[in-house]
Design a protein around this ligand. Structure first.
Ligand SMILES: Cc1ncc(C[n+]2csc(CCOP(=O)(O)OP(=O)(O)O)c2C)c(N)n1
Ligand SMILES: [Mg+2]
Length: 808
């Protein structure tokens, strides 16, 4: 058990105890002073709006009315930053920071300010007294800056607000960046999350020859918000064994006496950086191919180190009470104001800043310069480094349509060929990877693996196929890792593609939220350059889970993404392979979006030629004249969105043509879901006049939709014809059954759609009784056949769009 012994005061400089270690007394004194400066600026951000250098006694007028921020993690982060600075300078490292406990934002703001990068990016935060005052005031202030290591923070690729993703982001950044070292702080609370717990395994995918290094630091400050952490309360040996079990070589740094800790930190970091250099040398020059045991650090320091030790008689430093604002009743208790002043003065600001508020030159000099400063590392502003992806002409992979709907093709397999070509075209640049939770082949994208291989640094057996140390297809059974790696990869200026089963993408709902927030925020920060879009392919769709059933049926990710800002999200449901190619081509080239593509992997009819597909995808929705007989004046519109709904809608049209040959039907297909919204809601929204041309006012619409039906209402509720839209979609009726029975269970089948049409066209009123009868008979026949034979009726299964109408 770690005892709450308290630490030495922050003002300590190199004493006798600090004389042993790699740092000279002068170096140690400067580093400790630098750390004090960062701590001082961190506390100032949390508390002060005036009197930034404590030139006069602190009064309540100097204190912010709302005390917001987190102190507990911050001194540890500041300590690490000073040591990383030394390593960067001494070794000329290209280092990126990733801070898991992102609530330590004040520390990263303070450090990027001290090294000068903050003022370069935000010139109004000058390197003087006024600048410090503004720096303090803006923190957690309305229209100022957020409290976390947010997109606004120079050098950040990781906000750290939602805990769990630091390590996986760090690895994503390190892939294909052989010169980069990503220093990653993992909170000991954060380490309890599922995503973080699995992220340690990323070391089985990192190639020391071709990738960079990740330096994980487990920040064992013992506490979370209100509780101890698990890893702090297991025997140290057990924790080291855990890290060894994950394949790391653990190092430990423990204590609270600043001078001793500086020496020990310098020594342990030197050892770890030497280890990294040895590992990389052995792989790069010696051709060693075994998976190395990368070093990692367990840093056991008090939470709230150097802060108030006791407040109101209760211990604060080295307890959970240090997590946020240790002195929170400044306005109620004069004692707290006095303690705050004492705490801030303990850092001796008069020794750190001159009377003009300039950081002392001999301290500033120990920070790295130029682009070596972590706040200025271009990898943290990936758009600066982004090279356009080379996308070969997708028309070369198009399916030749010899008669619409006459032959079946697996659309995603066709996409796999394009992705393979993309992979090959960008081989030299090494800036494209494909990610999937063990489903790349299952989603029929396996061609992308050929000639590339799947990344794998763990053991291989003769039975294995396509595993490779240099593989660029990333497969691990963790949606969190796929998502996190891809985000880290994109944020550092590369391109990628993530394919996943539709139902299980929900596992990363929350990560997608966070990435969408990052994209929204960075869009408004001028110095942040656009990055490549995050592209999802969802396959193994709700409608075709014949063997898996209900657990595998959920189209709700579409609804989830739709809540995001319109300028961030794009959603496509291509009905066939050629539209899928056209959509994928667009998505791979796009910037700063989350693109969602929903496309089936099962053999399915193909409808559009390449030229038609391009035109269709360009407008995003449109009339299919070859399937319509409305003569420009429809009595009803049969609309569809998604591959299976498109098939059912077209089959319904055929049924209607038999039953009511003179019914003027218009077929409309929607590939870009956002076109349904008005232009005021989404940039892809079709102007009302164009929308009205497609869906004429007062004309009934039967809409077959891939996902939950209410979503279409949500998108179209402001459109003129909204009252006339009747939507069929997935309504949570799933099981292990035949493909067509899934449609029947959810009332999106061709018979239902045809009946819906008859119900809605006024002049067919007299037919409704007979039509209902016909519908019941058809469904009954289907049910009996399926129950008896375990398969769909031959006329359903083998249905084709009529040959005579199939000419292209
Ligand atoms: C996924 C998630 N769950 C809960 C929280 C709320 N939260 C914010 S900080 C924190 C404790 C973090 O503890 P730790 O990782 O040890 O960080 P530190 O002690 O360095 O502050 C919690 C639970 C969160 N931010 N993210
Ligand atoms: Mg902690």
């Amino acid at each position: 058990m770690i005892k709450n012994t308290g630490s030495k005061t922050a003002g300590d400089t190199a004493g006798e105890s600090g004389n042993r270690g790699p740092l000279s007394p002068e170096q140690l004194a400067k580093m400790n002073a630098y750390w004090r400066a960062a701590n001082y600026l961190s506390v100032g951000q949390i508390y002060l709006k005036d009197n930034p250098l404590l030139e006069r006694p602190l009064t309540l007028d100097d204190v912010k009315p709302r005390l917001l921020g987190h102190w507990g993690t911050t001194p540890g982060l500041n300590f690490l930053y000073v040591h990383w600075n030394r390593l960067i300078r001494e070794r000329g490292l290209n280092m990126l920071y990733v801070i898991g406990p992102g609530h330590g934002g004040p520390g990263l703001v303070a450090n990027t300010y001290l090294e000068g990068s903050y003022s370069e990016v935000y010139p109004h935060i000058e390197q003087n007294k006024d600048g410090i005052k503004r720096l303090f005031r803006q923190f957690s202030w309305p229209y100022g800056i957020p409290s976390h290591v947010a997109p606004e923070t120079p050098g950040s690729i990781h906000e750290g607000g939602e805990l769990g993703y630091s390590l996986v982001h760090a690895y994503g950044a390190a892939f294909d960046n052989p010169d980069l070292i990503v220093a990653c702080v993992v909170g000991d609370g954060e380490a309890e999350t599922g995503p973080l717990a699995t992220s340690w395994h990323s070391n089985k995918f990192l190639n020391p020859a071709t990738d960079g290094a990740v330096l994980p630091i487990l920040h064992l400050n013992g506490y979370k918000i209100a509780n101890p952490t698990i890893l702090a309360r297991i025997p140290h040996a057990e924790l080291e064994d855990l890290m060894r079990g994950y394949g790391y070589e653990p190092f430990t740094l423990e204590g609270n006496d600043p001078p001793v800790m500086h020496q020990q930190a310098a020594a342990v970091f030197d050892t770890m950086l030497d280890r990294i250099a040895q590992i990389q040398k052995a792989a790069r020059e010696g051709g060693v191919t075994e998976r190395p045991a990368w070093p990692m650090l367990i840093m056991r320091t008090p939470k709230g180190w150097t802060g108030p030790k006791f407040v109101d008689g209760k211990p604060v430093e080295n307890t959970w009470r240090a997590h946020q604002v240790p002195l929170s009743e400044i306005f109620e208790k004069p004692e707290h104001l006095r303690m705050l002043e004492e705490w801030m003065r303990s850092y001796k600001p008069e020794e750190l800043f001159n009377e003009k508020g300039h950081f002392r030159a001999d301290l500033a000099e120990i920070a790295p310069k130029g682009r070596l400063r972590m706040g200025m590392n271009p990898h943290a502003n990936g758009g600066l480094l982004l090279q356009p992806l080379k996308v070969p002409n997708f028309r070369d992979f198009a399916v030749k349509i010899e008669g619409r709907g006459q032959a079946d093709v697996e659309s995603t397999r066709v996409l796999g060929r394009l992705l393979h070509a993309v992979m090959q075209a960008n081989k030299a640049e090494k800036n494209f990877r494909v990610f999937g939770p063990d489903e790349t082949a299952s989603n029929r994208l396996q061609d992308v693996i050929t000639g590339t291989g799947k990344a794998w640094m763990a053991e291989t057996l003769p039975v294995d196929e396509e595993l490779s140390e240099t593989g660029r297809v990333m497969e691990v059974l963790s949606e969190h890792m796929c998502q996190g790696w891809l985000e880290g990869y994109l944020l550092t200026g590369r391109h990628g593609f993530f394919s996943c089963y539709e139902a299980f993408i929900h596992i990363i709902d929350s990560m997608a939220n966070q990435h969408a927030k990052w994209l929204k925020t960075t869009r408004e920060i001028p110095w942040r350059k656009p990055i490549a879009s995050l592209n999802y392919l969802l396959s193994s769709l709700v409608w075709r889970q014949d063997h898996n059933g209900f657990s595998h049926q959920d189209p709700g990710f579409i609804d989830h993404l739709l809540n995001k800002k319109a300028d961030v999200v794009r959603i496509y449901l291509p009905p066939d392979a050629n539209t899928l190619l056209s959509v994928a081509d667009h998505c791979l080239r796009s910037r700063h979006y989350i693109n969602l593509i929903v496309a089936g992997k099962q053999p399915a009819p193909q409808w559009l030629t390449t030229d038609e597909a391009v035109a269709h995808c360009t407008t995003g929705m449109g009339v299919w004249p070859w399937a319509s007989n409305d003569g420009g004046n429809p009595e009803m519109v049969m609309a569809c969105c998604g591959d299976v709904p498109t098939l059912e809608a077209l089959a319904a049209v055929c049924l209607l043509r038999e039953k009511v040959p003179d019914l003027r039907i218009r077929v409309v297909n929607v590939v870009d879901l956002m076109t349904l919204q008005p232009t005021s809601e989404h940039p892809h929204g079709l102007p009302d006049e164009e929308y009205d041309q497609i869906f004429p006012p007062a004309t009934p619409v039967v809409f077959a939709f891939h996902g939950y039906p209410w979503l279409i209402h949500r998108l179209t509720y402001r459109r003129h014809n909204h009252d006339n839209i009747h939507v069929r979609g997935y309504k949570e009726e799933g099981t292990t059954t035949t493909p067509f029975d899934m449609c029947v269970l959810n009332n999106i089948d061709r018979f239902q759609l045809a009946l819906d049409a008859i119900h809605r066209v006024p002049r067919l009123k007299s037919m409704t009784g007979a039509a209902e009868q016909w519908y019941s008979e058809a469904i009954q026949r289907h049910r009996l056949y399926v129950a008896e034979n375990g398969d769909d009726l031959p006329e359903i299964k083998n249905w084709r769009w009529p040959k005579e109408l199939s000419a292209c």
